[in-house]
Write a protein that binds this ligand. Structure first.
Ligand SMILES: Nc1nc2c(c(=O)[nH]1)N[C@H]1C(S)=C(S)[C@@H](COP(=O)(O)O)O[C@H]1N2
Ligand SMILES: [Mo]
Length: 209
């Protein structure tokens, strides 16, 4: 009988531990619907990035803001996250023909750039990434659309596949403008062609619907 009680106790402890683990995992917390609209899943099988998923060491990580600025910045992850949080469900369209509707959460690019005090004459914003990828956006477009740098998708912190620590959310622009694993933002007065743009893709990259 004692043995039986012991067994039941062990079993209930195991069940409790599994339940807690399930509850605590990011997967369990994923948001799959927002404002009445279905969201696509955070996890998916494929990855089309130029060098595959990137592992960014967050302790060593700094988000650099350079170029035509008064005060260049080099911000630790947590310092970026101290800026006011914003949240928006947006669709990403890739030139390969697929799209995904996801809930992005992060900080406003405008808030980030304000820390560095942009100089007069800035016309382009260049984003550089941990995998050597880059792309640019016009300063006017970014301001008009009030674009954000995402730290979360569907309520989950980005991972090595999704672009941790930050992905550019270039609403109304094609997927190749949505730079993942962002390490540096440079402000410039000259147009810049990123990885795919140098290979013939349109630098405007407006989604045609
Ligand atoms: N650093 C980096 N960012 C990148 C890419 C890349 O290869 N490297 N690919 C781009 C392309 S072509 C697309 S369609 C989107 C895909 O973003 P997703 O993985 O969040 O769907 O990431 C963009 N950002
Ligand atoms: Mo893409």
């Amino acid at each position: 009988m004692n043995k039986m009680k012991y067994l039941i106790w062990i079993l209930s402890m195991l069940i409790a531990m599994v339940a807690i683990a399930c509850f605590a995992t990011e997967a369990g917390r994923e948001i799959r619907e927002y404002q009445g609209k279905r969201l696509d899943p955070f996890d998916r099988a494929y990855d089309n990035s130029i060098k595959g998923p990137q592992r960014v060491d967050i302790k060593a990580y700094r988000l650099h803001i350079t170029g035509l600025v008064e005060t260049p910045q080099s911000l630790p992850y947590q310092e970026v996250l101290r800026l006011p949080a914003v949240k928006r469900a947006i669709t990403l369209y890739c030139v390969e023909g697929w799209n995904e509707h996801l809930l992005f959460e992060g900080v406003r690019l405008a808030d980030l750039l304000a820390l560095a005090k942009p100089k007069r004459g800035v016309r382009f914003i260049i984003f550089y990434a941990a995998d050597g990828y880059s792309s640019s956006l016009s300063y006017d477009y970014a301001a008009r659309r009030d674009i954000m740098l995402a730290a979360k998708i569907n309520g989950r912190v980005l991972d090595a596949k999704r672009g941790f620590p930050f992905q550019v959310v270039a609403e109304s622009k094609l997927g190749y403008k949505w730079v993942k694993w962002v390490t540096r933002i440079e402000l410039s007065d000259k147009p810049y062609k990123g990885f795919w743009e140098q290979r013939g893709y349109d630098n405007g990259a407006d989604v045609q619907k």
